[in-house]
Design a protein around this ligand. Sequence first.
Ligand code: GTQ
Ligand code: FE2
Length: 345
Amino acid sequence: MAKKEYYEDVRKQNLEPLWTIPDWFLSAEPLKTYGPYQWKWQDVYPRLLGAGEHMVPGLAGSRRVLVYAHPELRQSLGTTHTLNVAMQMILPGEKAPAHRHTPLAIRFIISGSGASTTVNGERMAMESGDFLVTPRWAWHDHRHDGDGPMIWMDGLDIPITRFLNGVFVESYREAMQAVTVADNESRKLFGIAGIYPKQIDSLTPANESLMAYPWANTLEALRNARETVTDPFEGAIVEYRNPRTGGSVLPTLGATMQSLLPDEETQSHRHTSSAAYYVYRGQGRTFIDGTAYDWNEGDVLIVPPWSWHAHRNLSNQHEAFLFAITDEPMLRAMGLYREERGPQK
Ligand code: GTQ
Ligand code: FE2
């Protein structure tokens, strides 16, 4: 058979000769399939308030949410290729009805007071700086009994769950769940490291581990980290963990809070995990693969996989706090986590 006919004949059978496939099939290191991106709070905030005029949560599972859709990931509406970041707002008196879904969620509370979320019958308070989790397939609804808008950031593993064909969603029979256990039960059971009710091993609590991590604890842990262990690449940083397993807070998503002292800067590194940063407090500059991104409070910044990045606090007076959501747990689970520490900026 002549060469040309051979290739035609093979491809007609939906067989592809590996030796003809260019680099993308197996490349020396991860290819850059999308770049860094940044959303400024000044562009997001008024539009989130605007959503208050156009949408009311009420119908099954509806949420007043603006998704941070990376312009290079329109296909999946991903913020990175694995995770979604979104801003949610709930107004006084509103109720976001109960549902459950296989994509899991973390929530970082930004502003407002008096709202609560109920997860598997456990009602939890939400205050600025608190970190909450909604595990896979957990019933959840939100309500706001306080004054003024309540705003929080959601992080979900929707893109990777869709890619794996694992998305299921179900609405609750009634709009809101009954509250079946003590408010903040998981915090009362698991929220103080090393001291638990003696009956802990025979309990079947509403939620099997800690669901809400108050800001005061995060801040104290961060101060303690500053005095005990820091490194040149991340400075003082704490990771939210599951206190019952010691492992990542959720199977697919990790979360961290990092502090940069006035004028502090980190050295550049890169890793195979991707991250979405939320500037909780402060102002600074992050270099990603040589490009500078200046940030202020409320901004969201994407660091794609295998991209060099280093942070700098641009204030000589105020500490900066960077919250981050990362897909590191799934890369580790698959044996794909790698880090390179470098001089590159
Ligand atoms: O709060 O239940 O950002 O179901 C996306 C989907 C939030 C939620 C999101 C959701 C929710
Ligand atoms: Fe949800």
